[in-house]
Each structure stands twice: as C-alpha cells, then as structure tokens.
Design a protein around this ligand. Sequence first.
Ligand code: NAP
Length: 312
Amino acid sequence: MRAVRIQENRGADNPDALVLEEAPYPQAATGDVIVRVRAASFVPDELDWPGTWTDRAGRDRTPSIPAHEVAGIVSEIPYGTTGFEVGDRVFGLTDWHRDGAAAEFVAVEARNLAPIPEAIGFREAAALPLAGLTAWQGLFRHGGLTYGEASGRTVVVHGGAGGTGSLVVQLAHAAGARVIATGRTAGEETARGHGADDYVTLESGGLDETRFGPVDLVFDTVGGEVLARSAALVRPGGTLVSITAPPPVTPVDGRAVFFIVEPDRHELLELARLAEQGVLRPHVGAAYPLAEARTAFLAKRRGIPGKVVLDV
Ligand SMILES: NC(=O)c1ccc[n+]([C@@H]2O[C@H](COP(=O)([O-])OP(=O)(O)OC[C@H]3O[C@@H](n4cnc5c(N)ncnc54)[C@H](OP(=O)(O)O)[C@@H]3O)[C@@H](O)[C@H]2O)c1
C-alpha cells in the first residue's frame, strides 16, 4: 500500500523526513479492524511524541506512519473482532504507539472507533476525534462541567479559533455555559461563529482579569505565558485545565489540571450524536492530498486555523 512514513526525528518544526512510499499492508492485532482510510488528521507536535518513535516496550518502531485521526471504511474484520461490518463508515483514534492513518489502510482497535454520523463527510469526521475528545474530556471529565447543566457557568477558552479550541467553544456553548474565547485578533470571527459570547484579543494585554469577571473554568490550548497567567483569571474554587503543559500556578482554593486525551468509544458516540444533530461542526481549515503530507504538516505549523486534513 502507499503510506507516508518517517524514519528520522528532525522535530515537529521540520517534517522534511516525511516520505510517501510503498509500505507493508497493516497487521491486525486482536480486537482490530482494518480501515480503508479516506481522510486522516494530525497535530504537528506528534512528530515529537515518544510513541511516534518507539513501541510500548520502548523499542524503535521506525519507519512510522503519522496521523492518528482516521475516517474511512471498514475493509476487513479479522477473526474474533465484533461490532462492525465490512463497509461501515467509521472514525476514531489510532494508538499513539502504532502506525497512524496517513496511509491507504490502517489497523485500529475496534473499541476506538464509532460510526460516522450521516450529517458529516470523511474530512470532517477525520477532524473530529482528537480535538473532540480533548474538548469533551477537558470540559466534562476534568473541568467539572456537566453537559446540559452548565447554565450560569463561565468558561474561558484560550485559542478559541484553533483546531481544539473551536470544539471546546462549541461544546461549552452547547452545554449551556457562557463562553469567552481568546486568541489573536484574526480568530475573533471564527470563535464567535462557533458560539463564543465574547472574544478577548490576547495581542493587546488581553489577560487583564478585569476583562473577564468571575470565571469558573479556563481551558487553555495556547500554553506558555498565557497558561502561566491563567490561574489569576479563575474565581476562587474554580478550575484551570491545560492541554499543553502542567499549569505552573493553581487557582486560589481551586484545581489545576493537565491531561493527555484518551481514546473513548462512549465519548466518540456522544460527539457523533452531536455532529448528527448539527450541534458540533469540526473545523476543517485545509485539506491536502496524501502526497503533500509534508506541506500539510508545515501549513498547520504556520498557523492554518482549524484542523488540517489529508485526503487519502
Ligand atoms: N494534551 C492533549 O491531549 C492534547 C490534545 C490535542 C492538542 N494538544 C496540544 O494543544 C495545542 C493546541 O493544539 P491545536 O491542534 O488546537 O492547535 P491550533 O489549531 O494551532 O490552535 C491553537 C490556537 O491558539 C492560537 N494561539 C497560539 N498561540 C497564541 C498566542 N501566543 N496568542 C494568541 N493566540 C495564540 C492559535 O492562533 P494562530 O493559529 O493564529 O497561531 C490557534 O487559534 C498543541 O500544543 C497540541 O499539541 C494536546
């Protein structure tokens, strides 16, 4: 099969070593299905993650195939796997320590897949699992919100026009919260379009806490200085959630949480249900053919808003 592979770690800023080449057809493990990939997505940082370079036992697994968000069609169901039929349209996350979806076929644990809702296509489905699960887990597992019961709560989403942030904004809004998104000036229209009630530009000293009022939850997707100053925005007893690094400061009487997203089929099904209802729309900023994976990684690194998708 044709696949994009990488042999050498040159860092997430330098995806030059990504090459489209012939690769072996994937080997299914117990509980896997084989998916014929139609679209895949990624975060450029994954080229820095240990799982891109080693298996779970720490052994070198290069050349490895990147892009752990997949949307496609079940093409093979190995003996013993249940829950899907050949021809089903599915989306989900592939294991960080195994080959990803920048390929014609990928082996994926069936428990990490869900049916693609009728209302969305392969590109949007590929843009949903990582950002959607991260948003869901940050708000509802770690952030203390309950879907449908967040009325009266205020959520600040740093990077609210980004691939992850735009889904955090949509989900927090759908959950009933008042949402204040932040980011660069150029992101305002996008964030408001996803349901932000307010937008604060970070470029002009925007982290002044008087601009936010009492905030129950800050969900940070930006990191650095923005993360370091975010505990001060949270009301006493509130929560600061980060997906970039452990927060260096904890809110007064509150909680500071850093987490790494986990595959979860039940939550994927919830995301699919909301996408089907039109409540959730993955933000596809650009799509490239598989042969242009290198350009796609660079483009995302240089700031294309939303998710960048590979068409396979
Ligand atoms: N822990 C986890 O499980 C997990 C899961 C998913 C992602 N992540 C990480 O989360 C981060 C965000 O991922 P993503 O895919 O959502 O990235 P993204 O699409 O680039 O979104 C980031 C957003 O923040 C904005 N931004 C960045 N720096 C800024 C600054 N200094 N001031 C104002 N706005 C700024 C960006 O604007 P511009 O586009 O204009 O720069 C963009 O709108 C990455 O570091 C990623 O690796 C972690």
